[in-house]
Design a protein around this ligand. Sequence first.
Ligand code: BG6
Length: 474
Amino acid sequence: MTNSFPKGFLWGGAVAANQVEGAWNEDGKGPSTADVATAGSREVPREYTDGVQPGRFYPSHEAVDFYHRYREDIALFAEMGFRAFRTSVNWSRIFPNGDEAEPNAAGLDFYDRLVDELLAHDIRPVLTLSHYEVPYGLVERYGSWRDRRMVEFFARYSESVLARLGDRVDHWLTFNEINAITLFPFVPAGLRFAEGENRDAVIYQAAHHQLLASARAVELARQYSPGSQVGMMMLYPTTYAQTCHPQDALERVQMMRPHWLFPEVQVHGRYPSWAEAFLRGKGVTLDLQPGDAELLARGTVDYIGISYYMSVVASHQDGGEISHGNIAGGFRNPYLAESDWGWQIDPLGLRLALNELNDRYHKPIFVVENGLGAYDELTADGRVHDPYRSEYLAAHLRQIHAAMTEDGVEVMGFTPWGCLDCVSMSTGQMSKRYGLIYVDRDDAGQGSLRRIRKDSFEWYREVIATGGASVLKD
Ligand code: BG6
C-alpha cells in the first residue's frame, strides 16, 4: 500500500446523464432544467430560458450522444481498466413531467441496459439519482424544490429506479453537489426568485426538502438495494484564512458553514447546533414539520462523495482580487496556478479536504469528481497530447495517497470527472474538456462525435494497471 493504492480501490471515471446522453426528447423523455440551458463561455453566462425556445442552441440536447453510443464508450472505459463508472439517472427520462403516477418504461429500460453493459465489462456502476437536472414540468408547476411535494415526487422516482436496478448497483449517491444550491440555485434545484424575495429563505427551505428527499432515497435503497452503499455528495471547497488575523479565521468558519450544513444532516441525521442561529442570521426560519426530524435521523448515509477542483480564500475585509473563475467564490490565492477558466489548482488542498472531512465525519470518502477543464488540440497526427491533464490528475492522486497512508483517511476510489469529453456544466461549452477520451464536437454542436483516445487515456490505463504505483514513483 505504501507504493500503490489498496487492491479494492475503485478506479474509474465520472459523467452525468444530462452532460453526455443527448437524446433529450427521445423514448418519452421530458425536458429538464439542463435542457433549457443555452451555451455560454467563461465571459458569457449561460441563459436558463423559460422552456425550450425554438431557434436557440441547447448543448445538452445532443450532448455527446452517449444514449446511443454507450456500448462503444463502455468498451473504451474497460480498455482503460475501469472498475467503476459514475453516471446519473436522468429523472425526466423516468418521469417526463415529474409528477406522473407511473414511470416511463422506456427510460428505465435504458438504464437497465446500461447497467448490464457495465457489469458485463466488470465495471461497477456508481449511480447518482439527481445530478443537476429537474424535470422542467416540476419547475413550471411547483416552482421546483421550493415546494414540499417534491419530496414525494423524488421518492416515487427513486423507488422506480431502485426497484429496477437495486439488485445490480452497489454504490448510490442521492444528490450531486447538494451544497451547490447556495452557490447557483437554478442548476441543482431549478429555483427562480420573485423580485424582493428573501433568496436565502427559498434556498434553505428547498435544501431542507432535498435533505428530506435524500433521506427517503436512503430508506428506499435499504429496502430495494440491500447491501448497497449510499452516499451523500458535496462540492468541497477547501478554504484558507487569508491571514492569521483571528477575524479571517472566523470568516473561514462562516464561509464553510453553508457547505458543512449538508454532511452534518446527511451523516449525523440532524441539523447541527449552530444551524438555527446561522439561518436566523440570514432571515430564514425553516418550515419543519412533524416527522421531518425522525426521517432525517433514519436516512443517514454510508459514505461521503466529493468533487474537488479548487480551494478558496476567506478574508474578513477586502481580500484583494476576487477569484472570478472559482465557482465556490473567495479571493485569489497568489500561491496557486489556475486553469484556463480561472479555477485555482491546489492538489494539497485535496489532502486537506480529505482530512477535514475525516476528522469531522469519520466516514469513508469517495472522490467522485476531480479533473482539469482545458482546451485540447486534435493534432495532425490524429492525436490529443495532453500532458497537463495527466500531471494534474497525478498530483491529486499523490495527495489522496498521502491522506490514506500518512493521515489514515479511508478513500474508496477515484473517478475523475468527464472521463469522456462532455458538455461543461458551468459554461455549456464542449471546448472545456476534461476527458481521457476526446469527442469530436465543438461549441456550436458541429462534429462527427467520433471518439479518440488522448495521451491521458494511455497514462490512466497504466495508472490503473499498476494500482497507482506508476504515479507514486515519479
Ligand atoms: C461539478 C459538477 O461541479 O463540476 C459537474 O458536478 C461539472 O456536473 C463539473 O461538469 C465541472 O464543471 P464544469 O463547469 O467545468 O463542467
